[in-house]
Design a protein around this ligand. Structure first.
Ligand code: SAH
Ligand code: SF4
Ligand code: F3S
Length: 441
């Protein structure tokens, strides 16, 4: 009888890419994907531990799947990703209905764990960190499939140890992938019809560190620019401290590089930036933002901001608000600080109350909402180049794609346009997307 799996993915692009590998691995052992947990013989959660809320969500979902096991005794339930990495065997101890746990360096061992659970009803876990050589050997290679856009991993792990952040603990040390492999993969993707690649890593700007003689990230982008078929290049995430002049210049010289950069600032206060161990000052950040705009005047910046880092004063927070007003981000992702066990900041005293932190968060959102709206409305009436990614969920005959600064645009058109860059005149602008009309050539 055909076996089925249901996979839920939380967190960042790293997990999205790992989940693509999970799908490939499970297909190879005769499992097909389904979109309802009730229809599955195997349920997997690929988890995120970045904030307490993300982690609690995992336990919430597991609790919901527990009764399914009572109804279907053969059902296998597994947890992977960053919560699995951090909790390890403890998850199996705490949750007796769980069958398997696999960490961020052990995705490749999933088939073995599933098969053990199937045949011997044996519970298992694999959460040890692997050495550099093994990780480089195991770097997954993925195929293009039907996709128009693809993530391509250029590095894994993080060595920055920002004081609030769990990523270095759950993803391990930073390693860069050899550029030859990256470029081969992108050539294959291009041959399969992929038009846009996003190079991903926690800190792509330090690409090549630890690989002697390797290309710089800017040189790598230049090589990708030369690959036929690829029309657009993006990358994420950039760390401001490692944003080199050479990389800034790419925004002036590389035509395929999209005019958007996600450059998380986290805070506008020098005092807090130091406590966060971010390695740059407010002035250095502002200077880099200015130089990016010099290199590409129409570039749009987006950012991540943490509100309520331990000891943040009203004055520190005002610095953040002013920075946001000065940079005028197209959008920001803001988060209330969440203490993560094992990180340096987890031990810091915090005199502020939850109410104060929430009030600051709301003030920040309000300031940014005005600015975001202004950016969105600049698009109204403009004709923009849209890379068509697929049919939109709204309904028949509707397509969706993205502008070069990463806004989603919905418009009417035929399926043949998927994969092409077409001119679309923006009509209505909504919070998360634009509605436009295709302009005939
Ligand atoms: N590598 C990326 C960020 C990865 S995590 C970078 O350095 O920019 C994504 C975002 O989550 C971070 O930018 C930060 O704003 C937020 N974040 C990370 N740890 C957090 C914590 N403990 N509490 C609240 N927000 C956090
Ligand atoms: Fe976390 Fe800092 Fe690394 Fe980003 S650079 S993943 S915020 S430690
Ligand atoms: Fe979350 Fe792990 Fe990414 S903690 S943000 S899924 S690296």
């Amino acid at each position: 009888m055909q076996k089925h799996f249901f996979l839920e993915t939380f967190g960042c692009q790293m997990n999205v890419v790992d989940s693509e590998q999970i799908v490939d691995l499970l297909r190879a052992i005769d499992y097909l994907p389904v979109d309802r947990p009730e229809a599955a013989d195997l349920i997997l959660l690929n988890t995120c531990a970045i904030r307490d809320k993300a982690e609690r969500k995992v336990y919430g979902h597991l609790g919901r799947y527990k009764p399914l096991k009572a109804a279907k005794p053969g059902l296998i339930l597994g947890v992977g990703g960053c919560v699995a990495q951090q909790q390890g065997e403890k998850l199996l101890k705490d949750l007796p209905y769980l069958d398997l746990v696999f960490g961020t360096h052990n995705v490749h061992r999933l088939p073995e764990l599933v098969q053990a659970a199937e045949s011997r009803r044996k519970r298992g876990h694999a959460v040890e960190f692997l050495d550099r050589e093994t990780r480089l050997r195991l770097f997954p290679r993925r195929s293009g499939g039907e996709a128009v856009t693809r993530f391509v991993t250029v590095m894994q792990g993080c060595d920055n140890f920002c004081s609030y952040c769990v990523v270095p603990l759950v993803r391990g040390r930073e390693i860069s992938r050899p550029s030859g492999d990256i470029l081969d993969e992108i050539r294959e993707l291009a041959a399969a019809g992929v038009r846009e690649v996003t190079l991903i890593g926690q800190n792509v700007n330090s690409y090549g560190v630890g690989l002697p003689g390797e290309l710089s990230f800017a040189r790598l982008l230049t090589e990708v620019e030369g690959i036929d078929g690829i029309a657009r290049i993006r990358f994420t995430t950039s760390h401001p401290k490692d944003l080199s002049d050479e990389l800034i210049d790419c925004f002036g010289s590389l035509k395929k590089l999209c005019n958007h950069i996600h450059l998380p600032v986290q805070s506008g206060s020098d005092r807090i930036l130091r406590l966060m161990n971010r390695g740059y000052s407010r002035a250095q950040y502002l200077d880099r933002a200015r130089r990016l705009r010099q290199a590409r005047p129409d570039i749009r910046l987006t950012s991540d901001i943490i509100v309520g880092f331990p000891g943040e004063t009203e004055e520190d927070f005002a610095d953040t608000l002013h920075l946001v007003e000065e940079v005028r981000y197209a959008d920001i992702f803001s988060f209330i600080y969440s203490p993560r066990s094992g990180t340096a900041a987890a031990t810091l005293e915090d005199p502020s109350t939850a109410g104060e932190r929430q009030a600051r968060f709301d003030r920040l959102l309000k300031v940014q909402e005005e600015i975001s709206r202004d950016w969105r409305e600049r698009d109204a009436g403009a004709t923009l180049e849209v890379l068509v990614e697929g049919e939109s969920r709204q309904g028949q005959g509707q397509l969706f794609g993205r502008t070069t600064w990463n806004r989603i645009v919905n418009f009417a058109g035929s399926r043949e346009l998927i994969g092409q860059i077409v001119p679309v005149r923006v009509g209505r602008v909504y919070r998360n997307s634009h509605l436009g009309r295709l302009i005939a050539d």
